[in-house]
Write a protein that binds this ligand. Structure first.
Ligand code: AMP
Ligand code: GLY
Length: 473
């Protein structure tokens, strides 16, 4: 049997999962990555799809591991984390990186996440938890600020939070979540919180249980439509680094958010290794945490991880040995811009056509062309030269595969939602953005839809909490 050394299993199936696999193989010459369930469109002989491994069944991974021993397993999908994948694989004797189910509940339950922050001195917006729609509406009518209404649990398309401009909008959101809970025959659980104003930032760190290694920051474009209009979704694209990123800001984020998080995890005896993703708002009173996520952001992984030059296998070994404090992160210093290509409507003029993601039902099975690597530009990509012997950074443009699989004839076909993430890199954001959109021009599938303004404007922060809120109707 092949020795398990230098073999890992990554549990994911998104563009983020592809970016993690690419990071392993680009920064280590020998590692082989099994990617379960993974994606069979990825063109890398050292990334091997493991479709028998499914996200909601750790037993499927145990069966796979019995046939394919690995050095460790890296679990990075919240569906797997929240049901206890890490716990079960560890019980069976495997070395695993990822939060346990109890730690992943910081993301899987908004109530749990908010209460954890309040208990451990992490700044968050004012909030109340409700299980009764009428009480939630009474509260909305009584507060002097605008609100965000959130359903407690995970939602499939990332639309579980409604950012409201008025009490009427907030009331409608409560009614919507109440109706959805009734339809699903589930109890209602809502978080109603004060709306924050400022610019959002995505903060990432690798945790070993004692220490945190900060990764570059990013900005996510969560709104569905151009100009940051429409509802929130899983994200239409990202840029890195965040436009406000400075060494001073990173220090502040570490002191205000990351250090208290580490202390809280220790105090609550939560076993959290792997990536944490803190969604925060840069407000007038400093960074305020919006959410703790128990995995890397998707599509932020696609703009942050390609810039990493450190040997990721070595970093993971340090996580398993609780030795991360002795490591630093080398990055290429380039800007990156990533755009999600999503399955839109096949015929927007046909009233009977499926509306497309994330507006409603979408078609699947559309053939995708143009995934082959692009010829790289002749001009140098950036100023940062790799240290001698360090792995190279990723190429100037990349395509990360998400909901796309091969059919029996080998043709890549869409399987729904976000299909691929196209990433451009450059010495400046403008260069990165231009490379991403140039690359997109070569990719296509029927019904392809995407935002054309990712990275064009660094999402305007809603300035001040302008005119008085009509709290009472
Ligand atoms: P969440 O469902 O908590 O991940 O939030 C999704 C998105 O809703 C965030 O990324 C923000 O854009 C927005 N959001 C959530 N909470 C707030 C808040 N308190 N104030 C302003 N925007 C928020
Ligand atoms: N980028 C948003 C998320 O990963 O949830």
């Amino acid at each position: 049997m092949t020795p398990a050394t230098d073999r890992v299993l990554v549990i994911d199936g998104t563009g983020r999962g592809h970016a993690i696999c690419e990071l392993f193989t680009r920064t280590h010459p020998d590692v082989t990555v099994y990617y379960g369930p993974g994606c069979d469109v990825i063109d890398d002989p050292r990334i091997l799809p493991a479709p028998d491994v499914v996200l909601n069944d750790p037993a499927s991974a145990l069966a796979f591991l019995a046939r394919h021993p690995v050095e460790f397993v890296f679990v990075s999908h919240i569906d797997a984390l929240s049901l206890g994948y890490v716990d079960e694989l560890r019980r069976a004797g495997h070395r695993v990186i990822g939060p346990t189910a109890a730690a992943a509940a910081l993301e899987a339950s908004k109530t749990r996440g908010k209460e954890f922050c309040r208990d451990h001195g992490i700044p968050v917006a004012e909030f109340e938890v409700f299980t009764d729609a009428a009480k939630a509406k009474e509260f909305l009518a009584s507060v002097p600020y605008r609100c965000v209404v959130k359903t407690d649990g995970l939602t499939p398309d990332g639309d579980g939070s409604v950012v409201c401009d008025s009490a009427a909008e907030a009331t409608a959101a409560v009614d919507r979540f109440a109706a959805e809970a009734t339809a699903a025959d589930e109890g209602l659980r809502l978080v109603v919180e004060e709306r924050l104003f400022g610019r959002e930032i995505s903060v990432f760190a690798l945790l070993d249980g004692d220490d945190a290694l900060l990764f570059p920051t990013a900005m996510d474009y969560k709104r569905v439509l151009e100009g940051d209009a429409g509802k929130n979704c899983d994200g239409m694209g990202s840029i890195a680094p965040h436009p406000d990123d400075t060494p001073a800001l990173r220090e502040e984020l570490r002191a205000v958010l990351v250090e208290p998080l580490l202390r809280g995890l220790r105090a609550d005896r939560l076993d959290f290794t792997g990536f944490v993703y803190l969604g925060a708002m840069l407000t007038e009173r400093g960074p305020v945490l919006i959410e703790i996520n128990a995995r890397f952001g998707d599509s932020e992984a696609e703009v942050v991880l390609p810039g990493v030059r450190s040997d990721f296998l070595a970093l993971c070994r340090a996580v398993l040995d609780r030795d991360l404090a002795r490591h630093r992160l080398d990055t290429d210093g380039l800007a990156r811009c990533s755009v999600a290509l999503v399955q839109g409507s096949l015929d927007p003029s046909d009233p009977d056509a499926l509306v497309g993601w994330p507006f409603g039902p979408y078609a699947t099975g559309q053939p995708v062309h143009g995934l082959e690597p692009a010829a790289e530009p002749a001009e140098p990509l950036g100023r940062a030269e790799p240290a001698e012997g360090a792995p190279a950074a990723a190429p100037g443009s990349l395509v990360f595969c998400a909901n796309i699989r091969r059919d029996y004839a080998g043709t890549p076909r869409t399987t729904g939602g976000r299909i691929v993430h196209v990433v451009g890199a450059g010495a400046t954001l403008d260069e990165a953005r231009a490379r991403a959109y140039r690359r997109i021009a070569r990719v296509g599938f029927p019904g392809m839809s995407y935002r054309t303004d990712i990275g064009a404007t660094a999402t305007p922060a809603p300035a001040a909490p302008a005119p008085a809120v009509p709290a009472r109707k």
